[in-house]
Design a protein around this ligand. Structure first.
Ligand code: SDX
Length: 436
């Protein structure tokens, strides 16, 4: 962080002592006002529920320019990574800060590949769930359960322990997601196969059965790998902030990632891809394109509580670059499968076109986000709708663990402990129940 030569002066109209606050500059993006000494010097807190104007940390991993609709992983534009790299190269970049050389990639892929199996005991956790349990409920349980298995690396403050936890999490999430899926359909689990690519191995664990060999479709595997890359990290979003706050107590890293899984499940966050596809299904059932106008009217009526799922973003006030890449991937997959006329894809593109011309959305700078098209392409690949967010969690695990390790590796980090504006009852005495 570079101290800015600009100072902020805080003065109060009630005569409280004014205070100079230092500003810091990042390499790109907004400057920050350092308020760490504010309470000690003024007895006042700042107030920012939802953290609309609050930087919770400094980071070198991901940068979003919401106005331009730009997303950089360690400085590289997502558009270039999605085309020139695969997901494991992106994992290496997010974890270590640079793209791997061929030999570094080979070594990293080898390490991940040799950690894809989970302990045989893990399968017994699944038996406790109903077969129709939501996969995110299962994933929160399974990822949390991983914290009970690795006594060889319990010290989060040891960089080697942090690194092996990252490798294990990246390696095992596909295995766990596939197990969660197989459990819901009553099929046997498929073990990882080390001669397949990361995404190819995931597709085989999802769709193969012991009865016949499974040949992954290269176009679908490439699409799956790109979906992983597009979801890998995204600054201090709700689930990443959850992982950081949870991890700041020094807890087990697997437990901290399980907290991220739980947060991502919400429909305002990672659960939006499932909600967006269900929304498209509902419009389709009610009449499809002809019903878009009526649906948009509902969305604009605040009392309806209806939102255009997959639209809008706290940071992007322009088109989410991931949504553009996801729409391209949609085209590729649907053409490969001969589904160019997929009614849901046509409906989504028509809905997007109408929304982007409507003053309500234009005025609020609401554009498609990563979740708007991701459901259509995952459904075309054969992923069941309830599993969409579990796949988001699989892909985001590298971002969560890279951000957690960055925080723990910062000697200045402290346990997160926000304060509050108290608006409840002032001190009063308890009356015995006979007098209440
Ligand atoms: C993800 O943070 C991240 O980076 C998240 C993520 C990641 O990679 O980690 O990008 C992944 O979570 C993407 C977002 C997925 N969520 C959805 O698609 C759900 C639908 N979107 C909204 O719920 C909403 O847009 C949020 C939650 C994404 C953002 O909400 P904000 O920033 O709190 O904005 P807001 O709710 O204050 O909205 C501003 C205005 C409001 O109208 P007014 O009160 O000003 O009249 O826009 C309206 C909102 O009602 N609005 C919408 C809308 N999103 C916002 N109206 C209709 N449909 C929508 N989708």
């Amino acid at each position: 962080m570079t101290p800015s030569d600009v100072k902020a002066t805080l003065s109060f109209s009630d005569g409280s002592p004014q205070m100079d606050l230092p500003l810091y500059k990042g390499t790109i993006g907004p400057d920050v006002i350092d308020i760490r000494k504010l309470y000690a010097q003024t007895g006042k807190f700042t107030y920012d529920p939802g953290f609309l104007s609050t930087a919770s940390c400094n980071s070198t991993i991901t940068y979003i320019d919401g106005d331009k609709g730009e997303l950089l992983y360690r400085g590289y534009p997502i558009e270039q990574l999605a085309v020139n790299c695969d997901y494991l190269e992106t994992c290496y970049l997010l974890l270590y800060g640079e793209l791997p050389t061929p030999s570094q990639k080979e070594e990293f892929v080898g390490r991940v590949t040799h950690h894809t199996m989970v302990n045989e005991q893990m399968q017994f956790f699944l038996r406790g769930f109903r077969r129709d349990a939501h996969p995110m409920a299962v994933m929160a349980g399974l990822v949390g359960a991983l914290s009970a298995f690795y006594h060889d690396s319990p010290d989060i403050n040891n960089p080697e322990h942090r690194e092996i936890a990252a490798i294990r999490l990246i390696a095992k999430m596909p295995t766990l997601v596939a197990m969660a899926y197989k459990y819901t359909i009553g099929q046997p689990y498929i073990y990882p196969k080390n001669d397949l690519s990361y995404a190819g191995n995931f597709m085989r664990m999802m769709f193969a059965t012991p009865c016949e060999e499974y040949k992954p479709n290269d176009v679908l595997v490439r699409a799956m790998d790109r979906i992983f890359t597009l979801h890998a990290d995204h600054e201090q979003n709700a689930s990443t902030s959850t992982v950081r706050l949870c991890g700041s107590s020094g807890t087990n890293p697997f437990a901290a990632i399980a907290a991220g899984v739980a947060c991502l499940w919400g429909p305002a966050h990672g659960g939006a891809n499932e909600a967006a596809l269900n929304m498209l299904h509902d419009i389709q059932k009610q009449g499809g394109v002809a019903k878009i106008g009526e649906f948009i009217k509902q969305v604009k009526d605040k009392n309806s509580g209806v939102k255009l799922m997959g639209f809008g973003h706290r940071v992007y006030k322009n088109y989410d670059p991931r949504a553009k890449l996801m729409r391209e991937t949609c085209h590729e997959v649907l053409s490969e499968l001969g589904l160019e006329n997929d009614p849901l894809f046509k409906l989504a593109m028509e809905l997007e076109k109408i929304a982007l011309e409507d003053e309500y959305f234009v005025a609020r700078k609401l554009y498609p986000n990563v979740d708007f098209y991701s459901g259509i392409v995952q459904r075309a690949i054969g992923i069941p709708v309830p599993l969409f967010t579990a796949i988001f969690a699989l892909a985001r695990t590298v971002g969560w663990i890279a951000q957690l390790n960055e925080m723990i590796g910062d000697p200045e980090y402290k346990i997160g402990r926000p304060r509050q504006l108290f608006v409840g009852a002032t001190k009063r005495d308890v009356k015995p129940i006979a007098q209440r």
